[in-house]
Design a protein around this ligand. Structure first.
Ligand code: BGC
Length: 744
């Protein structure tokens, strides 16, 4: 149990201590005694400091701030240094606006492409989400502003989000849904963690002592404040008991409940004091943070936002090297998003940008001598005449040498607060694609969307596709930079693009019914699922092209205490400078556990000039090689041969090698009920059993060592206490001795 000294609040009355545990207003805490009030506000990809009225749905206006690319795009950079820089910039803007805690990042796993909030999350992969989240938090907090890692935990759908229970088995919960949080907490020490609205296996996250105290504090050593999502607390007393420190927005009514519970003996006063002390310590951290002074130049941050956006655009397809475009000839630009870009998602994270780059204008600025024409093509709000808009766009495209076609989802089609029913692009846009490719073969599609969209038909119909996800306020410039080769694309998908929604792992279990969501696909989330079932996908996890090419050679592995060190040589074999995202996946073909065919365990980015090569070294950390062993409720590394592949995507593995790794972590004790298979996989136990079997079979016709393979296989699932020599009362002493020797 964590009993921080509560010297800073011990002079306060119970009422005052309780008041520290809830907000004074929508976005700030109370000031009591020496503890000053501070502001918490959204987050994550900009600072949303509201003016005049308050709400947590992004409705009321807020001060202008740089709108960086939301997590879905930023993750596509796979660039921890970039994430750290964005974190630093956010910290500077937060401080300038007197914000002590910025509510982000969101490190929930993209379990299903329909989740309305996927644009705010990094990836379907926990290792990638955790590494990126940790870098973001490190950057932010280096400026003296606290992060709030959210939404803890297993909040992977918006439907019924304030009641639904995410019903997840323990191994999946640990390896997939908690792992990203664990990494951020252990590596970046966030000042706060935000508990989610939903229930986890039936218990509200805000009231889950196992989650908020046993796992978060006792196991991961979290030393900050657990803050509720806005309005997530149903029962303040139960929440405080579970380890929740700060209810937001909260208020004096729930403070009174806490006081009453202490007075009537149902809540210990020390629990209230410990929570109050944590809030007081956070306030002191914020005060210390104010001393780090910075001056923000909005133009500098806009440039960073453009750099970040350019590093986040994935080149999905580029047949006959249609891209980059020459700044000459006749360029047609089609699609509403070229003039009215969609660059962020809806809800609590909606930022009021300092300015917005318009793609059409940015294209014109880089188009040199080219003539640039424009047609709207469609509307996202349903107004306008579809047919007339389409006909006009077709004429514009026909009268061009190349057509840049902006497609995507409008604000009304995805947002925080609800999930999508379909992941198709709107029908009028699909009809527009068909009409344009009938008159123009040189088409570059540029996509704006928060959640994954089905691309199978488009990928067949057009030669080039750029996937911008949602790129923030400078996305327009970034797209132009990529189109004209000012920047060589290097981003990679952080989420699989399936051929059909029906192929998705949670297709039949999303969003659940009667407020229960069964995580039936278990560990097999995202590419883990598509790979295990050998399901074709339109674009795999980790996919992304470049205007150059890279060669992989000399993969070498060595097993060390901290993990497997992998080195691989990367050579830029093309004729322009480029950046490669090198991905390392591990597999364990002979594993005794349920395992996906491959899992991301490391990655690095490398910048190379034409012809240049470099050796990339990455440690696949033991922590990431561990699996959750439910029989001992603990992490273990399974001993054996691991196959490690280095590649350019999860389905473009260029080099593979095998390394033997020793086991680590507590061993699973053998019991009277252990099977022969389990016994024989323990070398010490196997030797004793073989000796005993040989002894008992002396003189019999078939020696144990001569048993047929089929019999040996059958014996594998035989509990040892039901096996001749060890069975019944007679066998018990020998069995006990065996267990004592092997279990120590
Ligand atoms: C969202 C949080 C957000 C909070 C405050 C909630 O509705 O789930 O992510 O930080 O509001 O706006």
């Amino acid at each position: 149990m964590h009993t921080n000294s509560y010297s800073t609040v011990e002079d306060l009355s119970l009422e005052e201590q309780a008041s520290l545990g809830s907000g004074a207003g929508f976005w700030n805490t109370v000031a009591v005694g020496a503890t000053k009030s501070f502001i918490l506000t959204d987050g994550p990809h900009g600072v949303r400091k509201q003016i005049a009225s308050d709400d947590h749905l992004g409705i009321a206006p807020s001060m202008p701030a740089t709108c960086f690319p939301p997590a879905a795009a930023l993750a596509q950079s796979w660039d921890v240094d970039l994430l750290e820089s964005v974190g630093i910039a956010l910290g500077q803007e937060a401080k300038e606006r007197n914000v002590g805690v910025l509510l982000g990042p969101g490190v929930n796993i993209k379990r299903d492409p329909r989740c309305g909030r996927n644009f705010e999350y990094f990836s379907e992969d926990p290792m990638l989400s955790g590494a990126l989240g940790a870098a973001w938090v490190t950057g932010l907090q280096s400026e003296g502003v606290g992060a709030s890692v959210k939404h803890f935990a297993a909040n992977n759908a918006e439907t019924d989000r304030m009641r639904a229970s995410s019903d997840v088995d323990p191994r999946t919960l640990r390896e997939i849904y908690l792992r990203s949080f664990q990494r951020v907490v252990e590596e970046a020490k966030p000042w706060t963690v935000m508990c989610s609205y939903n229930r986890v296996n039936g218990v509200y996250a805000s009231e889950d002592r196992w989650l908020l105290t046993s796992v978060l504090r006792d196991e991961w050593d979290f030393d900050g404040v657990v803050v509720s999502d806005w309005g997530a607390v149903k029962d303040r007393v139960a929440a405080v008991r579970a380890g929740l420190d700060l209810e937001m927005p909260g208020g004096t009514e729930t403070d009174a409940l806490v006081v009453r519970a202490v007075e009537n003996g149902t809540l210990e006063s020390s629990v209230v004091a410990v929570a109050a002390n944590r809030v007081a310590l956070l306030s002191a951290r914020v005060e210390r943070g104010r001393r780090v002074t910075t001056q923000v130049d909005p133009e500098d941050h806009h440039h960073l936002a453009r750099d970040a956006a350019a590093k986040s655009v994935v080149l999905l397809k580029n047949d006959q090297q249609l891209l980059p475009l020459a700044p000459a000839g006749r360029i047609a630009v089609v699609g509403e998003f070229a003039k009215y870009p969609r660059f962020q998602g809806g809800g609590s994270s909606r930022i009021n940008p300092t300015k917005v780059d318009i793609p059409l204008e940015e294209i014109r600025a880089l188009a040199g001598d080219a003539t640039v024409t424009y047609a709207r093509g469609f509307t996202t709000d349903g107004t306008g005449d579809d047919g007339a808009l389409r006909d006009d766009a077709v004429l514009t495209a026909a009268d061009s040498d190349v057509t840049i076609l902006f497609l995507g989802l409008g604000d009304g089609q995805e947002s925080e607060g609800f999930d999508r029913d379909t992941i198709d692009l709107p029908a009028d846009q699909l009809a527009l694609v068909a009409a344009i490719v009938a008159v123009q073969s040189r088409v570059v599609v540029v996509l704006s969307h928060g959640g994954v969209v089905i691309l199978a038909d488009i990928a067949n119909a057009v030669p080039a596709i750029l996937d911008g996800s949602l790129l923030g306020q400078a996305g327009g410039g970034a797209i132009a930079d990529i189109l004209f080769g000012e920047v060589n694309p290097s981003a990679r998908l952080s989420e699989t693009v399936p051929v059909r929604l029906q192929d998705a792992p949670a297709y039949l279990n999303f969003p659940g019914e009667n407020s229960h969501i069964i995580y039936g696909e278990g560990l097999h989330v995202g590419y883990r699922w598509y790979d295990a079932r050998e399901i074709p996908v339109t674009y795999p996890f980790g996919h992304g092209l470049s205007y150059t090419t890279f060669d992989y050679s000399d993969l070498e592995l060595s097993s060390r205490a901290e993990g497997v060190e992998a080195t691989v040589r990367i050579t830029n074999t093309g004729d322009v400078a480029g950046r490669e995202v090198v991905q390392f996946y591990s597999a364990m073909p002979g594993s005794a556990k349920v395992r996906p065919p491959r899992e991301l365990k490391g990655f690095a980015v490398v910048d190379l000039d034409p012809g240049e090569d470099s050796v990339v070294t990455v440690t696949l950390r033991s922590k990431d090689l561990q699996y959750w062993e439910t029989r001992i409720d603990g992490w273990r590394v399974e001993a054996g041969d691991y196959e490690v592949s280095a590649g350019s995507s999860s389905r473009d593995l260029r080099q593979s090698a095998t390394v033997t790794v020793a086991s680590s972590g507590p061993t699973v004790p053998l019991t009277e009920d252990s099977t022969m298979g389990e016994i024989m996989s323990n070398p010490a136990a196997a030797a004793i059993v073989m000796g005993a079997l040989q002894g008992s079979s002396e003189g019999s016709e078939t020696a144990a060592t001569e048993l047929g393979l089929d019999v040996a296989r059958m014996m594998e699932s035989y509990p040892i206490n039901r096996l001749g020599f060890f069975a019944g009362e007679a066998g018990r002493p020998a069995l006990m001795k065996l267990l004592q020797i092997v279990n120590g």
